[in-house]
Design a protein around this ligand. Sequence first.
Ligand code: BGC
Length: 378
Amino acid sequence: MKQLACNFLFVNIILLIVSCSNNNHAATNSPAINKKGITKINWGNTDGKDVFLYTLTNAKGDELKISNYGGTINAWSMPDRKGNKSSVIIGLDSLKNYLQNPPYFGALIGRYGNRIGGAKFSLDGKEYHLAANNGKNSLHGGLKGFDKVVWDASIINDSTPALILNYTSKDGEEGYPGNLKVAVKYSLSDDDELIIEYNAETDKATPVNLTNHSYFNLTGDVGNTILDHILMIKASFYTPVDSTLIPTGEIKSVTGTPFDFTKPKRTGSDINNVKGGYDHNFVLNKKDSSLQIVATLSDSLSGRKMEVFTTEPGLQFYTGNFLDGKFGVTGKPLKFRTALCLETQHFPDSPNKPKFPSTILKPGEKYHTVTKYKISLL
Ligand code: BGC
């Protein structure tokens, strides 16, 4: 009996040791996943350059994934009201999928965000011709915009993990004048703020309009549309467009139109009264270029809310009107209106619209804009 008890104790001690060592194993693994800081994995290569996927983790264990291919945000994950973690930004599963030319999911856009009418503009008496990659217009920087190049990345692993991406766009690239040196800093704060700082310098006058093209679905599930998201945009005016989505040059009041989001409203309430859905630039109610809150988006299903802050004068609200299920996220097709974009920017076609705020960067000037997306629970 004594021997039996002794054996029993021995077996239990062994089990305890095994289970402790297993726990230790798990314990050393899980903090490695959730530990604040930055990790990177190899994601393949293109253009003869290595591509990586970086994960920025904040103190809460929430994660932002970015690739140096196109400066693309691949995921931004945090818990919903019930504690279930999911990404509010749409991302594809592999570099291979991004190389199939998706419609700019999460990408850094440049040299000129949105459209330039007739794919041309004049500057200092010279006419410049761009690739017409959207009907007769130029969209999001041309055939190989900043979303399709491999950026040089450097990591900042201090109190706020950050990734700095550098790219030099050569004089004449995609038809634009001047060597443009661009540096974009992505950081993730412990308060679930995704902060994007854009910097650029040129050696010849050139239009510059940088933005990020993240598609959001706050439910974290692309099986849901975004039509029940509640949106508020601090904009009393918007820029109407022609049939090719080029601004007509007018600045119109939103009052009494489907474009009135000055008070929180379901994105779906008036969408059927807008031909094709929302794909418009809103003129933000700002008097200067300080960083200010310009929009809020919320979703009662997940209990998530997003606030948008920017130094920019405009915001492109796009309701995923061209999503057609061709691309998918972890097996689920991205269908019509399952994601929306809130792209902070200067107004589309500004180089051809002298009355719009200027987008021309001159040698010696510093381009610097900041945009911040902040997620919290309702
Ligand atoms: C534009 C849309 C375009 C989309 C591409 C948006 O910024 O305004 O017209 O289809 O980008 O994904």
